[in-house]
Design a protein around this ligand. Structure first.
Ligand code: M6R
Length: 634
């Protein structure tokens, strides 16, 4: 969360900074700001100019339009507040008392309280509630000392000062720093928060994520932990934390054509829902081509020798990714016979289960940057590596939409779900891609362990191959139906989602989507739990959405739905059409498919239902309040 963008070159940068932030706004949008150095006399004494604004980027960009800010170097930030309210004062960039140093930060400085006490002793008064403001003050103090010791006010002095300050910071963060006396220098550093460098023609960039570089350069290099870089109009110098110069070849951005274009859709979320048939088709073409034999049904880049050792699986993820993991957990246990547990990554880290032998740990994250998931994976690696017992080795796998993320760099085996960039904060097509990857793993394990016959493997594979067309039909049908129904729920305060078995995670996902974007309180329950408490909530004002899919628990879910209807709840079914479905007040029909693949379809009406309610309420669907696309703080 929070987006950093910075540029140095030979042209005016303020509009580039705003454009860069626009492409990163999905990372946080409660306030924004830029700082540039106006090199007035073309000497080494520029003037630092800062503009900040509360709220969406549009507020900042209209300020800059009214009062353009000069400079060939600048840093910019879009914020998702962690320390201090989202207001103009707490917005980044933050300055030192002399107004010479400006800093933007993404992450959390854990020891900022202790460091602010040190600053207080030196008579420095902090003016914001943030954990970031200490950084420019600390840099200012270091520079003061360096200059007193005879160093010149140049970029190497700035680099050295930032290096010294980094050594005392604790936490996970990425920063960018400028100094008014070095208008030809920009210093950036990373400690477990994402940061990439971009190489343009005569200009260089730094950003929290690659989309910010689109249209400026295709050549980029992700910074590694503990690295610091000095950017000048002539190039980039990269150093490790011991000050050793680093040389690595940059990479080329791929798939830029997929970048943020709403086409004719009103919101990215709707566009991304509509892209799901394509997501599924691309996934199938890549991983499930028809020519693969039943003893090796999926073209995943994971060595068979690793999978053969696995006796159990643990899945670590947050939010929607955890729901995909839960669908995966059901499939892996029930179809492939592999004992599987799914954890909240944020809980796992502090309450891990006792170590189990021959365990595959799967991390799931569309962004590949979620701090809780990364921390849980790192912790698991550390404790397994420290046993030195081969039975407890850290076998691991990441499922992500961003192979150029920390997931991609830190994990040896990664399944790229290849859904294309997702801009809407509410995950939709990446959820589908994550679920599909679990179907792939399930097929692989089921065939490897001979848990299922070749015919069963073939049946599931063929059912998956039908999904793109079925998705496309469903989206067309339910887009207009949910649009028509939306007005009925505008005043609704609570909604209960019921599902069982493989569709229980979809009930959770439906409730999460509705909460996130429409701000309606919603709870997902295993349908059988209704009578154990939540039924007390039901009356004509609390609609119940019921996922009733023919299969093991069909009759049970129908009875649970009847119980809700008997309490006057408005009943919305996601089910096949038939005599049983007459009990529903509203019905999102789905085709008759095998229960195994049903979650890939049942989630679609729920996404559209949430979308249309939020859009009807006039809410900011793509950037809901208090949320961010990428949660890089724990
Ligand atoms: O990037 P990740 O998949 O790791 O993100 C995990 C959650 O923060 C994310 O799924 C969140 O719940 C979404 N906003 C869901 O729509």
């Amino acid at each position: 969360m929070c987006g950093i963008f910075a540029v140095i070159g030979s042209r005016e940068v303020s509009s580039l900074l705003i454009d860069g932030l626009r492409k990163l706004e999905y990372r946080g949008y409660d306030s924004a700001g830029i700082a540039t150095i106006d090199n007035l006399n073309n000497d080494q004494n520029g003037q630092l100019n800062v503009t900040k604004s509360k709220g969406k980027l549009i507020n900042l960009s209209s300020l800059i339009k009214k009062k353009p800010q000069k400079g060939h170097v600048g840093i910019a930030h879009t914020r998702w507040a962690t320390h201090g309210k989202p207001n103009e004062r707490n917005a980044h960039p933050h300055l030192d008392s002399s107004g010479q140093f400006a800093v933007v930060q993404n992450g959390i400085i854990e020891n900022y309280r202790e460091l602010s006490k040190r600053l207080k002793v030196k008579g420095i008064k902090l003016t914001t509630e943030t954990d970031t403001e200490i950084i420019p003050h600390l840099i200012g103090l270091e520079i003061e000392e360096s200059l007193a010791n005879g160093l010149s006010p140049n970029e190497q002095t700035l680099l050295l000062a930032v290096q010294k300050v980094l050594a005392v910071l604790e936490g996970t963060y990425a920063i960018a720093v400028i100094w008014s006396r070095t208008p030809n220098a920009l210093v950036v550093a990373r400690e477990q928060a994402p940061l990439v460098l971009g190489f343009g023609e005569g200009e260089f960039f730094c950003a929290s994520d690659t989309p910010a570089l689109v249209g400026l350069t295709r050549t980029f290099l992700p910074l590694r932990d503990h690295e610091i870089a000095l950017l000048t109009p002539l190039g980039i110098e990269l150093y490790d934390d011991d000050g050793n110069r680093q040389h690595r070849a940059p990479s080329l951005l791929k798939g830029m054509e997929l970048f943020a274009d709403k086409r004719n859709f009103r919101h990215f979320m709707l566009k991304e829902i509509y892209e799901q048939p394509e997501t599924a088709q691309l996934w199938i073409d890549r991983f499930l081509p028809v020519e693969l034999p039943s003893h090796n049904p999926v073209a995943f880049p994971i060595s068979k020798s690793i999978l053969e050792q696995i006796e159990q699986i643990q899945i670590l993820a947050c939010g929607t990714s955890r729901h995909a993991g839960m669908v995966g957990g059901h499939l892996l246990e029930q179809f492939a016979g592999v004992p599987t547990k799914v954890y909240f990554a944020s809980e796992f880290r502090y309450a891990p289960p006792p170590l189990s032998p021959n365990t595959l740990t799967i991390g799931v994250s569309q962004s590949g940057e979620t701090a809780d998931t990364l921390a849980a994976l790192r912790m698991e690696k550390e404790r397994r590596d420290s046993t030195k017992d081969a039975n407890f080795s850290f076998h691991h796998l990441g499922i992500t939409n961003r192979v150029d993320s920390s997931f991609g760099r830190e994990l040896d085996n990664v399944i790229d779900i290849g859904s294309g960039i997702e801009i809407g904060v509410a995950a939709t097509k990446t959820f589908l891609g994550q679920m599909l990857s679990f179907y792939g793993l399930t097929l692989q394990f089921a065939s490897l362990r001979q848990k299922r016959s070749p015919q069963e493997i073939l049946d599931l594979s063929n059912d998956l191959r039908l999904i793109p067309k079925q998705l496309s039909d469903l989206i067309k049908k339910h887009d207009s139906l949910s649009k028509d129904l939306a007005h009925l729920f505008v005043e609704t305060k609570d909604v209960i989602f019921l599902g069982r078995g493989i569709n229980y995670p979809i009930a959770l996902e439906g409730a999460l989507k509705l909460k996130e974007i429409s701000y309606i309180h919603a709870q997902g329950y295993p349908a059988g739990e209704l009578k154990h408490g939540p039924i007390a909530l039901l009356d004509q004002h609390v609609p119940v959405v019921s996922l009733a899919v023919p299969g093991v628990v069909y009759e049970k879910v129908l009875s649970n739905s009847q119980e809700a209807k008997a309490r006057d709840a408005r009943l919305i079914g996601v089910s096949i059409s038939g005599p049983e479905s007459e009990m529903f007040d509203e019905l999102f029909t789905i085709p008759k498919v095998s229960e195994w693949v049903s979650p890939l379809l049942t989630v679609v009406p729920l996404q559209l239902f949430s979308y249309h309610i939020a859009a009807h309420k006039g809410l900011d669907v793509d950037q809901p309040r208090n949320l961010a696309k990428c949660v890089t703080v724990e």
